[in-house]
Structures are given as structure tokens and as C-alpha cells.
Ligand binder design. Structure first.
Ligand SMILES: C[S@@+](CC[C@H](N)C(=O)[O-])C[C@H]1O[C@@H](n2cnc3c(N)ncnc32)[C@H](O)[C@@H]1O
Length: 217
């Protein structure tokens, strides 16, 4: 039996990537526990999605780091987006911490979307789960949080981030976690060239957590 895909490693069973739109690997549901200082949540995972056997350490670092960093925008309901939600670790934490805001979880992988929706429902959390093409072009985002799909390749990743970061509200911000060895520093430099303010919030265990402001005019 081939090993399942490592978080940022080679494809899993049958050469399948975690970003397949419709995974064909046989379903084998599992349960992983996400433990943070403020929350403990159990999440259902499966083959054919990112990091099915444990919460990715980069995701956990990101979730630790963004606590209290969702921008204040006054009294309206904020829009919080988990870009590339997988089975929903980021989305459910955002929804737990911010029950009055609108949490949108987006992924190309259908199995990941189903798992994310099921996890949110079981935890009684309000998360809207969508395919990217179903998100309105006019959406304005207050907080974009992502462990982005580095493995789709540099150009595709940059195009994806450009598309979503251009939706940030003027007072919004994004937080990304990226492994240093997978290009976190060159990604940060490219974002600065694009006109974003970028701060490296945290560097640990080979991961960088970046805080990114909206593009300057
Ligand atoms: C590194 S994984 C992170 C998953 C999850 N957020 C986590 O932290 O465990 C990146 C996710 O991005 C998704 N993805 C790939 N291309 C995408 C795209 N164009 N739009 C949205 N999601 C995409 C993949 O399917 C994958 O689930």
C-alpha cells in the first residue's frame, strides 16, 4: 500500500495530489485532533486531501499566531476567508473564534469541501464552503487566512494569491504560512514588489508566518 501524501511532499496513492478537484483514492476516514491554547477540536479527514493523518504543523503555527489579529472594522459583519480550506482546520477555528462574522472556506478539491462542511456542521459552526469559481468577483475580504497550495507551482500560486489578495478590503489583511525551504522569502519579496506591506510575524520549525496588507494604489 503506498503511503499517503506527506503535507508538502510527493503525490499520494495513485499519483494523486492533494489539490485534485475530484480525488479518486478510496475513502478512508480518520479523525485528527487540533489542540490550540484556546480550543480543542476533532476533525474528520480522509485520503485525497492535504495532511490527512495530522494537523499540519504550519497550519497549527498559523492558527496560534493569528489569534487576536483579525482586523477591527467597526460594527459590520466581517468576511473571513480560509483560502484552500482542505478539511477545514482554519475555517472552523475562525468560526469558533468569531461566531458573529461570515466565514467562507474555499477549495478546488471536492472531497476537501465536503469534509470541511461536515466538520463545521458537526461542530455546530457557521461556515460557507465554496468552490473558487462560485465566489462572487465583488467579494471584499477583511481577513484572508491560508496555508496556500505551494505544490501547484510558482506561477499558479502567484496568480492565485494575486487574485485573492486583490479582494482585500482597505483595512483588511492576510496571514499566510509558508515553509522557508519552499520559497517563503521569495514569495514575501514578490508581494512587496506587488505593492503589499509584508511583515514576517513568526519563524519557527522552518515555517514563516507572513502578515500582508492590501495592495497600495
Ligand atoms: C496546503 S493545503 C492547506 C489545507 C488546509 N487549509 C490546512 O491547513 O490543512 C492547500 C489547499 O489549497 C487547495 N487549493 C489548490 N488550488 C486551489 C485553488 N486554485 N483555489 C482554492 N484552493 C486551492 C488544495 O486543494 C488544498 O486543500
Amino acid at each position: 500500500m503506498p503511503a499517503p501524501s506527506a503535507p508538502d511532499g510527493p503525490p499520494g496513492p495513485g499519483g494523486e495530489h492533494y489539490f485534485s478537484t475530484s480525488p479518486t483514492s478510496g475513502s478512508r476516514p480518520d479523525l485528527v485532533r487540533l489542540t490550540l491554547p484556546d480550543l480543542t477540536l476533532d476533525l474528520t479527514t480522509d485520503r485525497g486531501v492535504f495532511s490527512p493523518t495530522r494537523i499540519d504543523p504550519g497550519t497549527k503555527l498559523l492558527l496560534d499566531e493569528i489569534r487576536g489579529r483579525t482586523p477591527e472594522v467597526g460594527h459590520r459583519r466581517r468576511v473571513l476567508v480560509d483560502l484552500g480550506c482542505g478539511y477545514g482546520a482554519i475555517a472552523v477555528v475562525l468560526a469558533s473564534r468569531h461566531p458573529d462574522d461570515h466565514v467562507l472556506a474555499v477549495d478546488v478539491n471536492e472531497r476537501a469541501r465536503d469534509l470541511c462542511a461536515a466538520n463545521a456542521e458537526r461542530l455546530d459552526l457557521d461556515v460557507e464552503v465554496c468552490a473558487p469559481q462560485d465566489v462572487a468577483g465583488s467579494l471584499r475580504i477583511d481577513h484572508l487566512v491560508s496555508n496556500p497550495p505551494i505544490r501547484i507551482g510558482k506561477q499558479a500560486l502567484r496568480a492565485l494569491l494575486a487574485e485573492w489578495l486583490d479582494r482585500l478590503d482597505d483595512r483588511g489583511c492576510a496571514h499566510l504560512v509558508v515553509r522557508r525551504q519552499l520559497g517563503a522569502d521569495s514569495l514575501a519579496a514578490w508581494l512587496v514588489e506587488r505593492g503589499h506591506a509584508v511583515e514576517r510575524l513568526r519563524s519557527r520549525q522552518g515555517y514563516r508566518v507572513l502578515e500582508i496588507g492590501p495592495k497600495h494604489p
